[in-house]
Design a protein around this ligand. Sequence first.
Ligand code: NAD
Length: 472
Amino acid sequence: MQQIEQIYINGEFVTPHGDEWFDLHNPSTEQVIGRVRLGDEADTRLAIAAAKAAFPAWARTTKTERKAALTRMHQAVLAREDDLMAAIVTEYGAPSVRSRWMATYPASVIAQAIEALDAFEFEEQVGSAQVWMTPVGVAGLITPWNSDAGFICNKLATALAAGCTAVVKPSEMSAMQTQIITEALHQAGLPAGVFNIVNGRGDVVGEELTRNPDVAKISFTGSTGVGKHIVVSGAETMKRVTLELGGKSPTLLLDDADFPATIGMILQAGFMNSGQACIAGTRILVPRQRLAEFEKVAVEAIAQIKSGDPRQVDTDIGPMVSRKQWERVQGYIHQGLEEGARLLAGGPGRPEGLTRGWFVKPTLFTHANNQMRIAREEIFGPVLTILPYEDEAEAIAIANDTTYGLSAMVIGQDHQRCLAVARQIDAGRVLVNTLAHEPKAPFGGFKHSGLGREMGKWGIGAYLEPKTVMIG
Ligand code: NAD
C-alpha cells in the first residue's frame, strides 16, 4: 500500500494541515492500493501565499531564464517516464498503448510550451502605442483524472512560460501520478513558491482557489457542471478563466465514405482512452440509405475490440476509473435500452469472463435519435450511438444539435465536400479523415465545452493581460 502523506508548498514537501485520507484503487481489481492525505483550505491558503510571494520575481524573469527552467522541468519529467507509465496502468487502468502515450505526453507537452514561449512576442508596437503582455498573477490549475499528469504539466508549463506562478489542484483520484510529477518538478530546482501542488477535494481545495482574491486566474479541465460553478464562484473576485469541459462529439460519415477503410478510425475516435475522453466521437452520423451496410461493418470491427486487463498488449479498452464511473456508464446503457435504442454490440455488465474490475463491454447502439439521453449527455465510457440522417443538411443540423462543441470528425472521399461540411460544424476542432493531433494548434471548445483555448500562443496568451503603453 502506497501512502502519500505530503503536499508541495514553497519548494518543500510538507505534511498538510488537512487530515482527511482518500483511498486509491486499482480499477482492474477494485482493490485499495494506496491512500492519500488531503490538504484543506488552510493548506490552500498557504500555497496561494507562497505563489503570491514568488510572483513579482518570476514575472520579471526573462524569456531565456524561463526557457532554462522549463528545460530542467522537461528533463526531470522525461526521466520519470517509466514510473509514470506504471502508475497510470495501476491507478488509472489505461491499456498499454494508451498508457505509454500518457507517460510520454507530460514531458512532450513541456517541450511544446518551450517552443511556444520561444516564438511568443511579449511586446508589440501597435500604431503609436506599445502593447506589453503582462502576466495576470497567481494561477489556480485544476485537473481531472483522465490524464492527470499530462494536464498538470501542460497547464503548469504554460502558466510559468507566461510569467505566472501557480497552485495546482490535481485530481484526488490520481495521487500516484501527481506524486511522481511533483518529485520530478522538485528536482528541476525552480525558485520556491513558483509552483505549489495541493492534493485535495474539489469542494475544499478547488473551492478555495476559485474564491480566493489572491488567485487571478483559473485554468480548469473537467466536467461542464463544475466548470459553470467555477465561473459563478470566481466572478466575485473577477477571475480570468480558461475552461476545458465535456463533449458529445459527432463523427459524420458522408454518403461516399468508405466504411471498411475507415471503421478502425471511427471506433478509435469513440473508444479512445477507454471512452473516458472529452473529445471522444460518440455520435456516429450515418446516411440512412447505407445504415445496414455500416451496421454490418461496425459489428464485425467491434468483435475484434478487447476490453480487459490493461497490462495485456492486445487490450484496447481498460476499466473505468472508479466504481462510480462504472455505475454511471452502466446506467446510460440501461437508459439507452429503456429509450428504445437497439443494441448492436456490448450491453450491460462486464465483458465475458471478467468477474471483477470496473470493465465495460464496448457498446454500440443503433435505431437511436438525437433527442435520446444517450445521444445528448456525455457518458464518458465506451458507449457509442449511431444516428441515421437523410441528407447532408440534416447531418450538419444533427451534428450541431448539442450543447457541446469540443471536437468533430468528418469522413468522406470528396475532400472539398468534407471541408465544406467542416466549415459548418460548431466545434473547436474538426478532424477531416484523420485522427491526427497538432499540439501547436489551439485546443478548446465552442458552447458548453469550454471558454478560451489552451496550447501554443493561445495558451500562453490566456495567462496574460495586454497593457497598452503610450510614450510621450
Ligand atoms: P470533475 O469536474 O468532477 O473534476 C475535475 C477537477 O475539478 C477535479 O480535480 C475535482 O476535484 C475538481 N473539482 C470538483 N469540484 C470542484 C469545485 N467545486 N471547485 C473546484 N474544483 C472542483 O471532472 P472529472 O470527473 O475529474 O473529469 C471528467 C470530466 O472532465 C469530463 O466531463 C470530461 O469531458 C472533462 N474533460 C475535459 C477535457 C477537455 O480538455 N475539454 C479533457 C479531459 C476531461
